[in-house]
Design a protein around this ligand. Sequence first.
Ligand code: PLP
Length: 406
Amino acid sequence: MSFNVEEIRAQFPALKQEVNGRPLVYLDSAATTQKPQAVIDAIVHYYQHDNANVHRAAHALSGRATSAFEDSRRVTAEFLGCANPAQIIWVRGVTEAINLVAASWGRSNLAAGDKVLVSAMEHHSDIVPWQLICAERGAEVIPVPVTDDGEIDLQALEALLDEHVKMVAVNHVSNALGTINPVQEIAAKAHAVGALCMVDGAQAIAHWPLDVQQLGCDFYAFSGHKLFGPTGIGVLWGREALLEAMPPFLGGGEMIDRVSFDGTTFNRLPFKFEAGTPNIAGVIGLGAAVRWVQGLDRGSAEEHEQLLLRRCDELAESVRGLRRLGPERNRVGVFSFLLEGTHPEDLGTLLDQQGIAIRTGHHCAQPLMSRFEVPGTARASFSLYNTMDDVEALFAGLAKIQEFFA
Ligand code: PLP
């Protein structure tokens, strides 16, 4: 199977539009990916034909909705290399997944004097939930330094690890730099001192196939909307024994076994963590996204994305005053930069006028911005539907802006 980017693009209706009179160049997939027709169709089909609540009624529509809902769980488990679909917990996204683990696992496992290590390149979603639970439990959140190249400083991590560390939380790929972190090695280091390792997979999930067993982490989370699926739905995967031992996160319907004023008992996994009516259309849409991705030649897609980044790096060399952040290699999806004499916000606006969508600002990674002593960056982010023409358009756009300011 060879990778045909035009065939892929043709499946994304939102990419076929003009913005400000120019063909859209969408370079903001790290914020959210566009959706293929297959995902849009699955959501429309559910609402047009099967709309009903899941797990509760004896009627046909509920049966169909439940079977599509649970089928999504099954394909998602398979997608992550997990044999047991009960370890796939539906959440709103990575943010909720980390809050769930911090609140549920953290409240019953963290005590005064304990430490949670998070890298200094984490998204706020992988910092603040740990700060909240650590403040409650008298534990401490310790940042793991980032090198000048934009990688987690593994020697510093080693030096910080001791028996007081109970959790090491890192992202698989940095949303602000694109750095691919060695999570397998980090999980092994965490385990060597008896700590757990939670991986935020938000920026990794769309770029290559992964296997949670192989990674060796204890929790892995991703958001559907970064994998060509809908917003408001995501996945928490956890080791079964850990999930079994953890108390519920939210209380309500679905997560109970029996409720009485003498004491309530809780449902089995995964329902123990899924209180209330779930995002049924979101789950079905995510299942369609997973199937769509499974139908791709992922090796070729990955190669294609790497070629786009390499071309960015080449073109960047001849742009006066361009400073790129993040490692040379070991990077995926993200080209994060500053342009001398231009504020990133202005860059974003001026590129948008040319139909080019990028993101600017701190990318919800303020500690990382402080580390590099920058207020923010301009970030072009790539997905498998981007073309070399998109890269050329970005650099032509930057050249125009430089001319304008010259
Ligand atoms: N972690 C990383 C690395 C991200 O890039 C993002 C979103 O940009 C998140 C966490 C939060 O994801 P969500 O807003 O889907 O919960």
